[in-house]
Structure formats: structure tokens, C-alpha cells
Write a protein that binds this ligand. Structure first.
Ligand code: BGC
Length: 759
């Protein structure tokens, strides 16, 4: 087939070119027969391939594929190699099914635990989201299959998801909601990017030139293909002009006609259409050249990868008296309670729903791997179809728990609680589940809760009542065997929280502004999302970001930096040692946070900048090193619409969770971008004292002001010097003229402001 894109483009008619700007069906792009241009197909991911057969919605049938843990689970692994391997496996399954592009990953930030789609997203933190998203894209694309980085951008809720206007200030957008996309774009070049449904600061993302062209292509250098979320386009021509290449799904050709008409009327430059078609042809050829129809799948091997992923996704939240792993010598009778043990919920609802190739049932797996002499018995405890408490089920479960040595209690959020398309209105588990925990823990002191949920729930009402909690998130098709292996100690848990577990909903950062009103949601909490908020508020949380226990223990030591002074153009190498001081092999997630100690800007207490996962044999120590550079110290300065470092001290913390950071070192970073303070009539004395680069001049001015104020009788008997000084701080420069009773002229004051600005 002809590969000269410019010649091919020149031969296409206007109608043919426009036809390539929307889908043929729900999943296929269009072919152009006159030029032998074939179509390609894309299907949903991201935790497995959801290939649908059949064209009409009612006939569509989803084919089985390996169902990996959704992002909420996978992210708790903090394991980029593992996530890359999951991506590779999904890529192979796509190749086997002739799929050119798989629609994922979703790297939107978890702004509120209520977002119905949080299970599809990685984290409340942009660096963790971006690094894991990068690994997934690298994995899939290494197999010659494209990805679609979604949902670009600020799609942080499902309420009114197709119309809500997310109002976000520039700095927050760049520091919280864009960096995960930026990291993936720059580090992994996803073949496509999918725009979000919502509006961003008044403009639909599908028509947002600032987002789709200025930021994505011009600032980040993206040269791939932009597609719409399904049904995200309103005005097709406007979207094309903004940088939206492909509208999905098909529109019966109606939107292509809009493009043709606009070109003919002269309201759309044909060159914009050409550019988009050219991008499509590049994508198409890349997809065609990457096909590997002969690829052979080893479903069993894929299931094992799903199991490895599930094992690392599980977070051991608490483990009082080392109840876990169970000891067959002590725990001879095991009560497995809860319908989820038999009917596990392995994923969330909506477009990402995969039909698994096989399914490990937790109960069966726990029974299978129990040692001889251990009896495992089961009671459902509640009805998954009905939230109401079922007294007979409850009584049966309590009796079983009472007569056993230990109870493994499977509870969590049923399917209907979380899905694409709507948000939760609360963070509670069903009453039948929480009551079951109460009843069982009243008769049994050895209770292990195994929690299924795609997003944080409030567990504070029962957290103290149970000995151990395994947070299983949603674990995909092999979760059952992963849980069994962790319960019996064949696998040592190594997941950590990628989102904070708060005490209650009203503690959460977006609580007062979620999901908005009158079609608008304002992100008033700004950059204070997730742990950035809880830290700044010095708020107690139930389990902090980054927390997760192991069956062994790790010791941190020897934090070193290779320089204590650097410019923001240089990097600093940070090294330390982690040691497994227990007697079991385990994996530790080492986390590095940076705090800007001296800053004019409001900044978070600390921010995650790097992490790694280290496997350690008992007694083994390994060196760990990180490199920190410009962006690790920078904040986004909206005055210059760019990142900048403020000179000063920065603290580097390393440790095991965001609230357990035993190692720290300080470095001084010198900015190469000074940002002169602009003074005007309204600048305060305080600003002059703090920001004037000529302290002499600043002091003189404040002195003049003091004299003028005192002269004008502002001083009162009860004023102490401190009080007067404190008040003077907030007088604006213009007051000098007003208070000096004619001694200062407007012109003299303007000259002074000019001088301040010249310094
Ligand atoms: C979802 C996307 C998905 C698309 C295709 C949309 O409703 O938001 O994530 O890829 O449908 O199924």
C-alpha cells in the first residue's frame, strides 16, 4: 500500500478526508476504498481487553480476556515493572484479536472518594499516576498496539460528566490535574490521547484548543492523534480546529458533512483538516506495520501475571499481634464469612468491564491451600442482591465465627455502589456488611476483614474492632488465589495506599464543593488534594497515603545527598539503604517526598517526587538511589505561565509512608529564574519589606509611612509599638499620599513605586 502520506493526502477528495474524522461504527475507523485505505479497530481497556463482536449495540458480545486488577488495585502495587508487564500482556491479547488500539490508561486524579470511576484511576497523586500510566503505555505499545491516554482532562466526577464545567485555577491545573498526562505523554508517547467529556473553565474539552493544542502539542511536544471520548463532541468543526482529530463513535456521516460544508464555505481552513488526516494516516500505517496476527497466547501464563498483579495490589492495613499469616497450628478451624468469598467482585461497572478467561474464587482457594488438619467452613453472612440485613444469614455467620479459631470476613462495596456514569453519595459500606463485622467481632477476637472496594470507604466505625484488614480493592480474575496465598503466608503483602483513607467523608478536601451546582464544579481546594490537604490541615486520617504493612519489617538508614547546594538546572543524587530486618522475604516501597521550606508561595507540606519497590531477602540490605531535578523543586507560577523554583532550602524525606518518613536531608536550591515583584499603588508595606530587593529603600519607605501615620494622629493611647507595627504592615503605598496631609505628592509616590520596580 502507498506509504507516501503527502501524495496520498493530495489524492483524497475533500469528502474522503472529512470521512476520516469520525468513526465508521462504535469501534472502527473508516476505510477509503478508492485509495485502498483500510480501517482499524479500537476497544476498551484498561485492565483487560473488552473486545466486542457484533456491530449493533444489542448484538454486541464481549469476548473473554484476562481481567487484571483495575487501576485502583494495580496502583497499590507501586510497581512500575509489574504494571508494564500487565500492559505487555494486554498488548499481546490485542494483537491476537487484531486490535490496533486499546483505550486506556485513565490517569485522572482522585479528587473525591465519591467519584464513581475512581476504580479506573490510579491515585490522588500526579507523580504516582503518571509513572504507572507511563509503565502501562510502554508495556502495551512495546507489543505494537496503541493506547489512548484518557480522559484529558479534569474528568474527576461522573455527576453530569458530559456537561459539568470544572473551574480550576491555572496553577492547580498544572500542578495537580495535568502532570500525570504530561508524564505519560513525554515519557511514553501514547499513540492517541482521548479528550474528556466535561468542560474545563467554560469550554468543552473536545473544543478546548488551549488543552488539545497549546498544552498537549505545543508545550508537551505531543505528535500523536487525539480522539474524542464517546459522544464528547458538540460542534465538530470547532473541535477539529481545537485539535480533536477523530470523533467517536460514528455519526452516520453527519459530522463529516459539517466539515465539508465549513471548508466549502471558507469558514474552516482545509489545511487544518489536512493536518488531522495526515496524523491519522501516520497512526494507521504505524498500526498496520505493527500487526502480529500470528501471536500465540498462553492464557495460563497471563492468569499468573494477573495473580502477581493482584498479590501486589493488596494492602495490609493492620495486623494486630501478627494475626496474619494464619498459623495452621493455631488456626485449625477457619470461618470464611461473606458472599464476596464465593462471588468476588473483581472490577467496576461501565465501559472497562472485562469478561474474565477464568476466575479464582477466594473460598475455594483458601480451602485448597489450607494445610491438612485445618477445617475451612463458609457462611454467606449477607445477600449481595439485597442490602438489607438478613437475620438468618447473620445468625448463621455469627455461630460459625464463634465456633472457629479465626474468622475471615469478606465485605465491601457491591457492584451497584460504584460504576462509570454516576458518583456515590456517601462512603459507607452496606449496613448488612458493617453490622456483620460488629456481630462477628463481638464473638470472635481473631477477625480478619478482607475488603473489596474500588475507592475509599469509611471504615472507622469498625476499624478498632478487628485484628487485621486486607484491603483487596478490586483484584481482577486471580484475586481469589492471591488472597489465599497472603492469608496462608505464601505471599508477603507488599501493596501501599495510592489514596488516603480518611476518617469520614466531611474530612475530604473537596467535600464542600463536590459535585458542584448549576452545572459548575469549582475546585476551591486548589492544589490541596489528597494527602496534600490532610497534611496541610494537620488532620488525622485513618490510614495515610503510602501506608501498607508487610509480614516483615524494614529499616531505613544512611540518607545521603551528593551535594547540598545546587542550581535549579542541576540534579542532586539521593541515596539510602533499606534493610529487611525480619525473617521473611518481602518487598518494600520506598517513597521520597520534597518540602519547600522557605517559600513565598503557598505550597503543600510535602509532595511525592520519587518511589521504588525493592525485593529483600531476610536480613538483606540494598542501596536505593533517586535523582532529583528542576521539576522536583518547582511550582507552577501563573504570573509567567511556567514552572519555576524559588531559591531556598528544601527538605528531602524518605520513608515507608507519607506519615512515616524517618530519613531527612536538606539541600539549598538556587533559582535561575528570578521573578521580580511588581509594586503598585496597592502594594503593602509588608510586601515592600519582604520583596523589595533594596532593603534600605524598603525601610526608608516604611519609616516615612510611620511618621505620616503618627503625624496624622493614627496613634492611640492604647496602642503598643507592636500593635502599631502590625497595623502598618497592611497599609498600601497609596496611603502615604493620603495620610501625609500634602507632604507627599502623587508624583513623588509614583516615582517611589517606579524606583522600587527598578531595583
Ligand atoms: C468512556 C471511555 C470509554 C468509551 C468507549 C466512554 O463512555 O468514558 O472511557 O473508552 O466510552 O467505551
Amino acid at each position: 500500500m502507498e506509504r507516501n502520506i503527502s501524495e496520498l493526502l493530495a489524492r483524497l477528495t475533500l469528502e474522503e478526508k472529512a470521512s476520516l474524522c469520525s468513526g465508521l461504527t462504535h469501534w472502527f475507523t473508516k476505510a477509503v476504498e478508492s485509495q485502498d485505505i483500510p480501517s482499524i479497530v479500537m476497544y476498551d481497556g484498561p485492565h483487560g481487553l473488552r473486545k466486542q463482536e457484533g456491530e449493533e449495540a444489542e448484538e454486541m458480545k464481549t469476548l473473554p480476556a484476562t481481567c487484571f486488577p483495575p487501576a485502583c488495585g494495580l496502583a497499590s502495587s507501586w510497581n512500575v515493572d509489574l504494571v508494564e508487564q500487565v500492559g505487555q500482556t494486554i498488548g499481546q491479547e490485542c494483537q491476537a484479536e487484531g486490535v490496533a488500539i486499546v483505550l486506556g490508561p485513565g490517569v485522572n486524579i482522585k479528587r473525591s472518594p465519591l467519584c464513581g470511576r475512581n476504580f479506573e484511576y490510579y491515585s490522588e497523586d500526579p507523580v504516582l499516576s503518571g509513572e504507572l500510566g507511563t509503565a502501562w503505555v510502554n508495556g502495551v505499545q512495546s507489543q505494537g498496539v496503541g493506547t489512548s491516554l484518557k480522559h484529558f482532562a479534569a474528568n474527576n466526577q461522573e455527576t453530569e460528566r458530559m456537561s459539568i464545567d470544572a473551574q480550576i485555577d491555572e496553577r492547580t491545573l498544572h500542578e495537580i490535574y495535568l502532570p500525570a498526562f504530561e508524564l505519560v505523554v513525554k515519557q511514553a508517547q501514547p499513540w492517541t490521547v482521548m479528550c474528556a467529556y466535561n468542560k474545563l473553565n467554560g469550554t468543552l474539552c473536545s473544543e478546548h484548543k488551549g488543552l488539545l493544542t497549546d498544552i498537549l502539542r505545543e508545550q508537551w511536544g505531543y505528535d500523536g492523534y487525539v480522539i474524542s471520548d464517546w459522544g464528547a463532541v458538540d460542534y465538530r468543526v470547532k473541535a477539529l480546529e481545537a485539535g480533536l482529530d477523530l470523533q467517536m463513535p460514528d455519526t452516520g456521516g453527519a459530522s463529516d458533512q459539517d466539515i465539508v460544508a465549513a471548508v466549502q464555505a471558507g469558514t474552516l481552513q482545509e489545511s487544518i483538516l489536512d493536518q488531522s488526516v495526515e496524523r491519522y494516516l501516520r497512526l494507521l500505517f504505524k498500526a498496520l506495520d505493527s500487526r502480529q496476527p500470528e501471536v500465540q497466547l498462553d492464557r495460563q501464563a497471563h492468569h499468573q501475571i494477573a495473580k502477581a498483579a493482584a498479590s501486589e495490589s493488596i494492602v495490609l492495613l493492620k495486623n494486630q499481634d501478627h494475626l496474619l499469616p494464619l498459623d495452621p497450628a493455631q488456626h485449625k478451624t477457619v470461618a470464611v464469612i461473606g458472599e464476596f468469598a464465593k462471588n468476588p467482585r473483581i472490577q467496576g461497572g461501565g465501559s472497562s468491564h472485562v469478561i474474565p478467561t477464568q476466575l479464582d474464587i477466594p473460598l475455594d482457594e483458601i480451602m485448597k491451600s489450607a494445610e491438612a488438619g485445618v477445617t475451612v467452613q463458609y457462611a454467606p453472612g449477607y445477600d449481595l442482591e439485597n442490602d438489607a440485613i438478613q437475620p438468618n444469614l447473620m445468625d448463621e455467620a455469627v455461630a460459625l465465627a464463634q465456633s472457629s479459631d479465626v474468622a475471615l470476613l469478606f465485605v465491601g462495596l457491591p457492584d451497584s455502589y460504584e460504576s462509570e456514569g454516576y458518583d456515590r453519595s456517601h462512603m459507607e459500606l452496606p449496613l448488612s456488611h458493617t453490622q456483620l463485622i460488629r456481630a462477628v467481632s463481638a464473638v470472635q477476637s481473631n477477625v480478619v476483614v478482607i475488603l473489596t472496594q474500588g475507592s475509599a470507604t469509611t471504615i472507622s466505625s469498625w476499624n478498632e474492632r478487628v485484628s487485621a484488614i486486607l484491603l483487596g480493592w478490586l483484584l481482577g480474575q486471580a484475586g481469589g488465589s492471591a488472597i489465599a496465598d497472603i492469608v496462608w503466608g505464601k505471599i508477603n503483602p507488599s501493596g501501599k495506599l495510592s489514596e488516603t483513607l480518611p476518617i469520614k467523608l466531611s474530612d475530604t478536601p473537596a467535600h464542600l464543593n463536590f459535585p458542584g451546582q448549576k452545572g459548575v464544579v469549582t475546585y476551591h481546594e486548589g492544589i490541596f488534594v489528597g494527602y496534600r490537604y490532610y497534611d496541610a490541615k494537620e488532620m488525622e486520617v485513618l490510614y495515610p497515603f503510602g501506608h501498607g504493612l508487610s509480614y516483615t519489617e524494614f529499616e531505613y538508614s544512611d540518607l545521603q545527598v551528593n551535594r547540598s547546594q545546587l542550581s535549579d538546572q542541576e540534579t542532586v543524587e539521593v541515596s539510602l539503604s533499606v534493610k529487611n530486618i525480619g525473617n521473611r522475604a518481602g518487598k518494600e516501597i520506598v517513597q521520597l517526598y520534597v518540602k519547600d521550606v522557605e517559600c513565598r508561595e503557598i505550597r503543600p507540606e510535602k509532595e511525592l517526587k520519587a518511589f521504588t519497590k525493592v525485593a529483600l531477602a531476610p536480613g538483606e540490605a540494598k542501596p536505593v538511589s533517586f535523582s532529583l531535578g528542576f521539576r522536583d523543586f518547582a511550582y507552577y507560577e501563573d504570573e509567567i505561565h511556567d514552572w519555576r523554583v524559588e531559591s531556598g532550602e528544601f527538605e528531602i524525606f524518605v520513608g515507608t509512608s507519607s506519615r512515616d518518613l524517618p530519613l531527612r536531608q536538606t539541600v539549598h536550591v538556587e533559582s535561575t529564574h528570578s521573578l521580580p515583584h511588581r509594586f503598585d499603588r496597592h502594594s503593602t508595606m509588608d510586601a515592600i519589606l519582604r520583596f523589595s530587593s533594596d532593603p534600605e529603600l524598603g525601610n526608608q519607605l516604611v519609616e516615612q509611612f510611620r511618621t505620616a501615620l503618627i503625624g496624622a494622629g493614627a496613634e492611640q493611647e492604647h496602642f503598643t509599638t507592636e500593635m502599631l507595627e502590625a497595623m502598618i504592615r497592611y497599609f498600601p503605598i497609596r496611603g502615604l499620599y493620603h495620610w501625609s496631609k500634602g507632604e507627599q505628592t502623587q508624583a513623588a509616590m509614583e516615582a517611589m513605586i517606579q524606583k522600587l520596580n527598578e531595583e
